[in-house]
Design a protein around this ligand. Structure first.
Ligand code: NAD
Length: 515
């Protein structure tokens, strides 16, 4: 992709340049490799402000030289990192958390502007990102193996060893979150990282790499490649240093990445999309369920992998829920990301805006009805931003594209059901299995639903809460492997079985006597 810079937003460009200078020491967007910035050699790429549609920076796609330098630096740094004591690694990871907290305000502003995230959301993020490093800091000196009571004369024990260099590829919807979420367990397990954020939102990840080093991590332990997927991303996967690929993105992208990794016989972890069902029974606290349904789909402008994009409502309360939900959704403050009152910002990019709108129009053609929203809100029509009104589509049926395909925008599809079996059948009627929720006062039903809905994360009378302490990942086309929690450490290590002969008599050990 070559940038066609027709209009530069000078105000945004100046502010971003200032933030980068403060946080990275240079206003130029480059890759962060081996503890310093490195200019790419590929085509020029553009960064666009989602709230105005104007380009605020350009940068050169990282070429082979950048990837090679990052891979070499990562290999060297991994050796240095592994040579430190586990307690020392833990202290450095704790310090990374402190550095993130110390730089929270400019980091939040950088994320809000460059990714279009409302400042009220972005401001809360650095503390959560710090928590990720602090949580895994605690695991560094607790990664013990087992002693296995084998029926021979051996002492047999296991070691959980780092994979070495891990390539991580992340999307544009929550770049700061996704970067920390993947880097923290990877380095806790003793690995070095080459991370490629989306070419649309590389800035906050570059800052995290610099803060890791500032906290005492070896130069090159965390490298961030500013570049595009099919170019830089592919080169990272193909590099012989890469021992594991972690991909966070679309199901289509995941299939390509898994194939590329399989060609090299290296493992992959895939965190992909979803079409999660939020199920409301007639005995639920309806007003709470309606607030929860809005948070489930409209937080992050619907650009969340776990978005509750399908609302399954019992037929007896369907009319009441749609009416109240539509009225409330139309009132959610949507606007500029830096306005503290804004609860929903823009869609991240023009291509995604068009995808959202096309899917809404096709759903209407197929018989769905717009209860609220659809298209760009009138109040923001004068801006060049990629705003899309919070949209509720009623009358969605299982055969429609909108019922099974991920939209990744602020669009809620409402469907009705008559009993528990039908609710479960509808919930499980997509190839995805990322998340889901049930709203009911019936404790038995709540737990039955938790067991019957195929999803990696399930909430009861709640939605969206996730935490670094708890495992996260998908069923089906939502991916495989688990990020966060103790389970992520298993994914980022490989287990070695060590056999120590303890028998005094070699005849016992080898079955023959020395002759
Ligand atoms: P995407 O698949 O288009 O891109 C994701 C990343 O892959 C980007 O960094 C991109 O540059 C890179 N990429 C693309 N083609 C590549 C290739 N051939 N080789 C190597 N890298 C390549 O996804 P997106 O549009 O950026 O993000 C939206 C998707 O991400 C949604 O489907 C969403 O559900 C998913 N997502 C999942 C999670 C999760 O944890 N399960 C979290 C956030 C987002």
């Amino acid at each position: 992709m070559t940038a066609h810079v027709t209009e530069i937003d000078l105000d945004t460009a100046t502010e971003i340049a200032g933030l980068l200078k403060t946080l990275l020491g240079s206003a130029e967007v480059q890759s962060y490799v081996a503890g310093g910035l490195m200019r790419g050699t590929g085509d020029m790429l553009a960064l666009t402000d989602p709230a105005t549609g104007d380009v605020f920076a350009t940068f050169a796609d990282a070429g082979q030289e950048v990837v090679d330098a990052a891979a070499t630096a990562a290999q060297v740094a991994q050796g240095e990192w592994a040579a430190k004591t586990a307690a020392e690694r833990g202290r450095i990871m704790f310090e990374i958390g402190r550095q993130i907290r110390a730089h929270a305000a400019p980091l939040a502003r950088l994320e809000a502007i460059s990714a279009g995230r409302p400042i009220r959301d972005a401001q809360g993020e650095p503390a959560r990102m710090a928590e990720m490093f602090e949580y895994y800091a605690g695991w560094c000196d607790k990664m013990t193996g087992d002693v296995i009571p084998v029926p021979t004369s051996h002492l047999n024990y296991t070691r959980h060893e780092p994979i070495g260099v891990v390539t991580q590829i992340t999307p544009w919807n929550a770049p700061l979150f996704t970067c920390c979420w993947q880097v923290a367990p990877a380095i806790c397990a003793g690995n070095a990282v080459m991370l490629k954020p989306s070419e649309l939102t590389p800035l906050s990840s570059l800052v995290i790499a610099a803060l890791c080093e500032k906290a005492g991590a070896p130069k090159g332990l965390v490298n961030v490649i500013a570049g595009a997927g099919p170019t830089a991303g592919q080169k990272m996967i193909d590099h012989p240093a890469t021992g594991l690929v972690v991909f966070v993105g679309s199901a289509q992208g995941g299939a390509m990445i898994a194939q590329a990794a399989a060609k090299r016989l290296i493992p992959s972890i895939l965190e992909l999309g979803g079409k999660s069902a939020n199920i409301v029974f007639a005995d639920a606290d309806i007003d709470r369920a309606i607030v929860g349904a809005q948070a489930a789909i409209f937080a992050g402008c619907g650009q969340s992998c776990v978005a509750g994009s399908r609302l399954l409502v019992h037929e007896s309360i369907h009319a009441e829920v749609v009416e109240k939900l539509s009225a409330a959704s139309a009132r959610i403050p949507m606007g500029m990301p830096l306005d503290p009152a804004t609860q929903i910002g823009p869609v991240n990019n023009a291509r995604q805006w068009s995808k959202v709108d096309t899917m809404v129009r096709r759903a209407i053609d197929q018989g769905a009805r717009i209860a609220t929203g659809g298209g760009k809100p009138e109040a923001l029509a004068g801006t060049g931003g990629f705003f899309y009104a919070p949209t509720v589509l009623d009358g969605v049926t299982p055969q429609m594209e909108i019922a099974t395909e991920e939209v990744f925008g602020p669009v809620l599809s409402v469907m009705r059901f008559s009993d528990e079996d039908e609710a479960v059948a509808l919930a499980n009627a997509t190839p995805f299995g990322l998340a889901g929720a049930v709203w009911t006062r019936d404790v038995g039903r709540a737990h039955r639903m938790a067991g019957r809905v195929r999803a990696g994360t399930f909430w009861i009378n709640s939605y969206k809460t996730i935490h670094v302490m708890s495992p996260f990942g998908g069923f089906g086309q939502s991916g495989y492997g688990r990020s966060s929690g103790r389970e992520a450490l298993a994914a980022y290590t490989t287990t070695k079985s060590v056999w120590v002969e303890t028998a005094a008599d070699p005849a016992i050990a080898f079955g023959y006597a020395p002759g």
